[in-house]
Design a protein around this ligand. Structure first.
Ligand SMILES: Cc1ncc(COP(=O)(O)O)c(C=O)c1O
Length: 375
């Protein structure tokens, strides 16, 4: 794989040493081109001869391939939070049920579940320790009133990767739903909802997929669609959606039942562009490339005296490297790198956080190590 050629697909490379894909990523050229083409068509022709919804079905197929689902298990949401909320609000909870999660989820995967407390549902949190969440801690919280486990595929502040295959197997054996906030892995690590026994998944495009904000992938396993009541209902949720005058209350037989009305088509087009590129590159190759780049970064950081929080154990590492300086103010360091070197990273939860993608170069990684203040 010629990774340097890939830089043409990412015009940001001309402007920044950008290693912040865990925050808001640049759009790939493919995504931006697709969005521009849609806008031009609308400007010149309105919807006429647009074939917009045919294209939406094509993008649905691409997204299904990306996560190894069937297209009838996939639809679009406006963000990760919306998908997670639809799961929380659509299940048939009983007083005394509980949901198991962790104490380090991004708030998108906390509040929808906390809102269920008003319906008598308890939220249990497995505790992170030293940047890791041992799987047993999650499993130990499960009892006979647990209905669902909800977890990030990769934790935003530590980069810890959940062993979804093992968790999914346990959940399946116990008859519990598994819901995944996949925004910190989709586009950088392979995802296989089938092999991992995932029931629900939600992820916006604006991080590792290198798409825009405001469009996400929402997956609901076919055989649980009957258990998840649609909660955002509109004309497009129904089978006879184009027959506007016949009020036939009959949901689609597929994940489109979770649609409500018109799509964010600019977003859908862009999503199609970026997912097409990811599939062309291949998720296994992207993962290997990013793990090699982050290994290099971790070695450099340690050599310079920084404390790396992210687990680099096999199966636990991801595209996120969280690290700590005991001597320097993190916010100041981050601002300095951006102002002086156009080098972009973040701070999260008292840590510096770098998150390079496959088009970043070894040279860019080395520059980050070089320009960080010495210990
Ligand atoms: C793990 C995780 N979930 C969700 C989000 C964002 O959610 P949304 O797509 O709803 O804006 C983030 C953003 O930082 C995140 O890190």
């Amino acid at each position: 794989m010629d990774w340097s050629a890939l830089r043409q697909e990412f015009p940001i490379t001309g402007n920044y040493n950008f290693q912040n894909h865990a925050a808001v990523a640049p759009m790939s050229r493919r995504a931006a081109d697709a969005m521009r083409a849609y806008a031009t068509h609308c400007e010149e022709n309105a919807y006429l001869r647009g074939g917009f919804y045919k294209q939406a079905d094509h993008v649905r197929q691409l997204c299904a391939r990306l996560i190894n689902a069937s297209p009838d298990e996939v639809t679009f949401v406006k963000n990760t939070s919306e998908g997670l909320s639809m799961v929380a609000n659509g299940l048939n909870w009983r007083n005394g049920d509980n949901v198991v999660t962790t104490n380090v989820e991004f708030p998108a995967n906390v509040y929808p579940w906390q809102a269920l407390q008003a319906r008598g549902v308890q939220v249990r949190m497995a505790l992170e320790e030293d940047g890791r969440i041992p799987l047993e801690r999650v499993l130990d919280l499960i009892d006979n009133r647990t209905r669902l486990v909800t977890i990030s595929s990769v934790q935003y502040a530590s980069g810890f990767r959940t062993d979804l295959a093992a968790l999914g197997e346990s959940c399946q054996q116990k008859g519990i739903f598994l819901c995944v906030d996949a925004i910190q892995s989709l586009g950088v690590l392979p995802m296989d909802v089938e092999a991992m026994h995932i029931d629900f998944l939600s992820a916006d495009a604006h991080k590792w997929m290198c798409g825009p904000e405001g469009i996400g992938v929402f997956y609901v396993r076919k055989d649980v669609q009957g258990h998840l009541r649609p909660t955002t209902i509109g004309w497009a949720s129904m089978k006879g959606m184009m027959d506007f005058s016949r009020y036939q209350f009959e949901f689609h037989d597929d994940a489109r039942r979770y649609d409500s009305g018109s799509y964010n088509l600019a977003g859908v087009y862009a999503l199609g562009g970026c997912v097409e590129l990811l599939l062309e590159l291949g998720m296994r190759d992207i993962e290997q490339r990013v793990l090699a780049l982050t290994d290099r970064l971790v070695a450099g950081l340690r050599g310079k005296g920084y404390r790396v929080i992210s687990s680099r154990e096999k199966g636990e590492a991801s595209g996120i490297v969280a690290f700590i300086s005991d001597r320097h103010d993190h916010e100041q360091v981050q601002r300095h790198l951006e102002a002086e070197y156009r080098l972009v990273i973040s701070t999260r939860s008292g840590r510096l956080r770098a998150s390079p993608h496959c088009y970043n170069t070894e040279k860019e990684i080395d520059q980050l190590v070089d320009v960080l203040p010495a210990h």
